[in-house]
Design a binder for this molecule. Structure first.
Ligand SMILES: [Zn+2]
Length: 254
């Protein structure tokens, strides 16, 4: 019996996912059982994988708490259900959302990734005391204050049209971090066609007015487009990976 990372009880641990399994499954279905994995600026090539980056981490009740309280709703919203979506030139507006649940979902992905032993989450970490503070908020279903961690959501596009929207939704990349200021970092996740950037500690109040910043009170979220080639870490990984892809005689297609 091992200790659950969330509640600390000794239990049979579940094979826990940080990025939800359903996003991997969607890719596997559309891509003959394989996800395209793009490394986050590392030295590994783009490769196909059927691993969904899970490790033994949580007991079954913590696992179901995260799934039922945060994940189920958020997956629906990210797939455009249970809210009204309006597309416009600069992005997509999600109307009628429950900000608190979405914030808790993204932070729960972040927290699980930071506390995962899976090598693909190697670059994600949350220093103390924030790690413990986030854990206790998640388990008690309390809202996560924006000064503890702030979530910013962008929608991926590709103006060169090299990638279709469907293939953008089929990209999961190893999370990477950015240094945003002295001793301050953000952690970036790409899944289901979104770039999710999480700042911990959170953004200052004046910085939270930018597009895509999700708050606990948010009911209408305007998600800006971001061109995939304007994400420097992504471009690096793809240029490098693409070269190896061609060498390996595999075509990069959706
Ligand atoms: Zn537990």
């Amino acid at each position: 019996m091992e200790k659950c990372l969330m509640c600390g009880s000794k239990s049979e641990l579940q094979n826990s996912h940080a990025i939800p399994d359903t996003f991997f499954k969607r890719i596997y279905r559309s891509n003959a059982g394989k996800a395209i994995v793009v490394p986050g600026g590392g030295d590994e090539p783009i490769h196909y994988s059927s691993d969904s980056w899970a490790t033994n981490q949580l007991c079954s009740s913590c696992e179901s708490l995260l799934n039922v309280s945060y994940e189920q709703y958020s997956i629906k919203v990210l797939r455009g259900k249970g809210c009204r979506i309006i597309k416009h030139d600069g992005g997509v507006t999600f109307n009628g959302i429950t900000g608190k649940t979405l914030v808790s979902f993204f932070i729960s992905v972040f927290w699980r990734a930071a506390n995962s032993k899976h090598p693909n989450y190697f670059k994600v970490m949350i220093p103390e005391p924030w790690n413990s503070q986030i854990r206790s908020k998640l388990i008690s279903k309390q809202k996560i204050p924006a000064n503890l961690a702030t979530v910013k959501v962008s929608r991926l596009i590709d103006r060169t049209e090299w990638f279709s929207l469907t293939s953008l939704k089929s990209l999961i990349i190893k999370p990477f971090f950015r240094r945003v200021a002295h001793r301050r970092y953000s952690f970036c996740f790409i899944f289901e066609g979104f770039l999710i950037e999480i700042f911990t500690p959170g953004l200052a109040l004046r910085e939270r007015f930018q597009g895509g910043v999700l708050g606990n009170q948010t009911k209408i979220l305007s998600v800006p487009f971001i061109d995939i080639f304007d994400i420097p870490e992504m471009e690096e990984a793809m240029v490098e990976g693409y070269g190896k892809y061609v060498d390996g005689d595999v075509t990069f297609e959706n």
